[in-house]
Design a protein around this ligand. Sequence first.
Ligand code: ATP
Length: 512
Amino acid sequence: MAQEDVFKKLVSHCKEYGFVFPSSEIYDGLGAVYDYGQMGVELKNNIKKYWWDSMVLLNDNVVGIDSAIFMHPTIWKASGHVDAFNDPLIDNRDSKKRYRADVLIEDFLAKIDDKINKEVEKAHKKFGESFDEAQFRATNARVVEYQANRDTVHTRFAKALNDGNLEDLREIIVDCEIVCPISGTRNWTEVRQFNLMFATEMGSTADGALKVYLRPETAQGIFVNFLNVQKTGRMKIPFGIAQIGKAFRNEIVARQFIFRMREFEQMEMQFFVRPGEELEWFKQWKATRMRWHKALGFGDHKYRFHDHDKLAHYANAATDIEFEMPFGFKEVEGIHSRTDFDLSSHEKFSGKKVQYFDPELNKSYTPYVIETSIGVDRMFLSVMSASYQEETLEGGETRVVLNLPPALAPIKLAILPLLKKDGLPEKAREIMDELKFEFKCQYDEKDSIGKRYRRQDAIGTPFCVTVDHQTLEDGQVTIRHRDTMQQERVAIGELKEIISTKVSLKALLKSL
Ligand code: ATP
């Protein structure tokens, strides 16, 4: 099945099974805003817990906070967001569609990469074992030509971004003959900057209302609380502050479902270190964060680092962790070495000293910062897209199953009485009343057992337990495993142990 179709199916699956709904749907929706349904919220909470515990529980030098969404507007001056939180936009005059100029060029570069990779794959197949990829890339005329073209465009692109040169960006689009995917034409407007922050007013207008912003990232709430936390928590450098919360960006191009939203959620951790040690910590956090992703078991080949060509004005190193979504490798998390930019800037704008006294060095300084910043929604999308499977079973029957990591599954256990009579529902309820304190369970007595299994497969429930007449006699139930569909008889008293070893977050955290 084409990846595009897989993605469409995934989006409708998310809706059909209560994971994600378009916001305000009965009013025809609101662009790039989504609601999480009864299954989605459980999965999302589990993802957040996995992240939070990996930060705050496993590291005694990382603590959490929950800062307000509204903040003093000068914070966004100090952070650079008022002046520089812009995306370069370009319109196609024929389709009237708006695009991010940088994204059009990045997509163009990705297409060249695809062409090169296809050539390499073809040659690999042809030459088999004896294939020397490095030599092929260096000598194959077609690949060399593609690569030279890519390098030229890439160098121009990086320079245009670094110089903030909008005209050059437009020229690259024109020179590369990039067309609008809707109209197919090259009738482009100029490139303009567009600020992504939402603004609103606080207080009544009669008193002179204050213009405030909906935060575009959670990080600044951490920076402005740096001293509060350091002093009250008696934190010693190196230490980190973690936060999970909503962020808002008026994205120009908001397509691809929950990949790019206007209201989304971030999980950010700022790690404060001694100046000069930041690149060593950057390396460490890169490795730690990649381990966190890979521990979910979707396959290491689905992840890669993408080092930034254009460093933000505050950064001296930056990388993205990209995940292979149905629409290609895309950023899920950013790891940035932000220098002392934010704390120094807040010191300057607030007029308050924001420094740390290091008792070992016996001096004060402005700490440097390593940031790890991951979008909950993008993480959700990556988990869903890696887990969604359509399987053909023996006998030609098909099933849709979400192979979710058990620790993240919204429902851990479904309890199913074989029949709706003979005391079976009562027995099933009794088991549920015992186990609901351990795991999120679901009781289901409607339809045939086969249909009920399918419903649970579709929401990724790792275990189904069936209560039948025999259960009333011998206290045993049938437990069915989602992935293998194998069934076994076990005593009711064993359920807790069997299930918890598989679904506990602890095991996942221990594997880190
Ligand atoms: P992009 O280049 O895709 O716009 P970004 O580099 O601006 O992303 P950051 O500012 O580094 O993103 O934000 C950190 C993380 O927050 C991202 O890796 C992503 O997971 C998430 N994120 C950012 N913007 C959005 C959005 N509009 N919708 C959903 N998640 C987002």
